[in-house]
Design a protein around this ligand. Sequence first.
Ligand code: NI
Length: 243
Amino acid sequence: MQLALSTWQEVERYLERSTGIIIPIGSTEQHGPNGLIGTDAICPLRISQHIETLQDVLIAPSINYGMSAHHMAFAGSVTLKPSTLVQVIIDVVGSLRRHGFTHYYFLNGHGGNIPAVTAAFSELYADVSEGDLSLRCRMANWWRDAAVKQLAAELYGEAEGFHATVSEVALSYYAYPEAVKDVPLSPEVAPTGEFFDAFDFRQKFPDGRIGSSPQLATVKDGERFCRLAADALLADYLEFLSA
Ligand code: NI
């Protein structure tokens, strides 16, 4: 069940069955020459949609903007300041809390969001008074799931990389096969290393990739990642509901 496609009466009835909600969160940032700018939001949303076919869950509209300051030297990237993202999360949870939701499962698709999401959870817990409705927040980073990592290692080895990874590009292609880009990538495997600000990032990683060969991405592999991640994250979510 998707919040955006439900009526308020349906949400009221859902709340009698469950007070948990899955909130996909991603970013709008460059993902190299063949990766979609929406990749980090598309992946968790697609996984959520698969989870929805397996279980009676409620999926919130995805938060499509994240903390992408380090990608701002590439056209099309959009960023929230870390403090803005913290506030967005606090307001989304605060709104849902008024209706009786207690368990907030942020299905994250972007590493750059992790500090802000963690900070937002700390702010939310700091505000809980004795006797309040229980508040439980968890962030799940789909690409860090053990089974997902294992499949990526089996399929691509080192070429999975760190940004514009093969697995995320594959999953986004599975979600939008009509958006698959067939462009040559050079060098085949992108460089790796440390970076500081957005300009430094572009200088060190001129086409936007870090350590990856996303030309290996296929729709078929994307489906495998989606199903694997959905199974693992559903199990994690169900366990979280009893926390
Ligand atoms: Ni990404």
